[in-house]
Unconditional design. Sequence first.
Length: 271
Amino acid sequence: MGDDKNDLQALENSTVYDSENKKIGSVGQIYVDNETGRPTFVTVNTGLFGTRETFVPVDAARPADGDLVVPFTKDFIKDAPSVEADGQISPQEEQELFRYYQNGGGTTDRTAPAPTADTAGRDERRDDSRAQAGRTAAGDGVEDDSQMVAHEERLRVDTHQQEAGRARLRKRVRTEGQNIEVPVRREELVVEREAIDPDSADARSTGSIDESANEEEVVTLKEERPVVQKETVATEKVKVGKRTVQETETVSADLRKEEIDVDRDTDPRGR
């Protein structure tokens, strides 16, 4: 990275990619050296939904089209020492981070990135400042503090897709009987006989009987019969699609957390 102060603005808007060109996350916070004002670390939003911030040294990164490329894998960066992104890094936390990344466990070629001259200068300044603080404390009659770091486990939950079921559309033919009542008409023969009054004109107009003459009248009777035909019609349309439903599941795990207790020995002088 250059010395131009515009680098800070460029870092704020950049995305970090690992050595395999995989996106790690966006830059969250920028930590600068108190003496030189140059950026030393950036935090990268990792974890589920970007809820975790991981520290990455800026000296190991190289700019690429407005983004940052670091010579470490994404998994290696996620396993970096946990440091609270509270606006200040202690000398012990800074040493632990530099030691982790200089081991080079996450680089693709398994080699450690060489520390820059500025990094060595910062290490010397940190050693000088700690030595000066120790001398001042000793002059006041106070011994150097002993420190212990507590750790805790945190849940990191990801999701993966798996097959939950299948649906098939299938047609089958089912035969069933059906009875339909159909109204039909038919003709019936109706015979009516009427006696003729002998004194009437119809009776007197009758001629003589001709034994050789035979008369015949034919009456045709008709009836309706059902005619059965089949036709095919559409009755139903079925469509099958997919939709995504957002649900919430609860996962449980037992997490361990270190706690530090201070046991004070009894003063042999009774104080």
